[in-house]
Design a protein around this ligand. Structure first.
Ligand code: ADP
Ligand code: TYD
Length: 205
């Protein structure tokens, strides 16, 4: 039987890593074979592209960024995600295409239809079976990541960027209501875990 493909999405500090680790354990304890991976990255080529993409010293056009994200994704699908699903392994992925629509589309202004064209090219209709989107206001995510109470000037400037990223994530959730489950990421970790249990029970097993 084919494995399930589950992606986790949200702005930085939304809680993706926290819930991904928990979810992987939960599924493994049910005897499922689970692969945990992330984007950009997950393959040798993808990790090289990740280094380039996350290097602050590199200044690139947002469309270049979007194309490199999808290039890394093409490798990831070919080398990791599709083979795992085919052998019955579940794939939990920290970010996938919704992140490109959110960051490069919403955040950096790349046209939605250009991203849809890249998505069609690379994924040819393939979408995750389930996407868990952890929704938090930018100030909550930034505070969690920086560990301070009040954002500094730099973070305030970034706040506008993250507001647009969040709006674009919510747009994707409206476009794919069956696939994308919106969770309130400001709830406590244990409350969210309870919600996750029922989502997994109703969607996947
Ligand atoms: P992401 O992977 O989305 O960037 P993390 O899972 O690394 O986010 O979480 C960022 C920080 O916020 C971590 O210190 C984590 O312990 C904390 N955190 C995650 N989820 C919650 C939550 N629901 N409530 C309070 N703190 C949280
Ligand atoms: P990472 O440190 O992995 O973020 P986190 O641990 O918070 O998930 O960095 C990934 C960064 O890349 C993050 O800022 C979001 C960004 N990104 C995009 O801009 N577009 C994309 O398509 C993807 C997958 C990630």
């Amino acid at each position: 039987m084919r494995g399930k493909f589950i992606t986790l999405e949200g702005i930085d500090g939304a809680g993706k890593s926290t819930h991904l680790a928990w979810l992987a354990e939960k599924l493994r304890s049910r005897g499922l074979d689970v692969t945990v991976t992330r984007e950009p990255g997950g393959t040798a080529v993808g990790e090289n592209l990740r280094e380039l993409l996350l290097d602050r010293a590199q200044r690139m056009h947002p469309e270049t960024e979007a194309m490199l994200m999808f290039a890394a994704r093409r490798e990831h699908l070919d080398k990791v995600i599709l083979p795992a699903l085919a052998r019955g392994t579940w794939v939990l992925c920290d970010r996938f295409s919704d992140a490109t629509f959110a960051y490069q589309g919403g955040g950096s202004g790349v046209a939605w239809d250009k991203l849809q064209a890249l998505e069609h090219w690379v994924q040819d209709g393939l979408q995750p079976d389930l996407t868990l989107y952890f929704d938090v206001p930018p100030e909550v995510g930034l505070r969690r990541v920086s560990g301070v109470r009040l954002p500094d000037r730099f973070e305030q400037e970034r706040d506008g960027f993250y507001r647009n990223v969040r709006e674009a994530y919510l747009r994707r959730a409206r476009e794919f209501p069956e696939r994308v489950q919106v969770l309130d990421g400001t709830h406590s970790v244990s409350e969210i875990q309870k919600e996750l249990e029922s989502i997994i029970a109703s969607h996947c097993v």
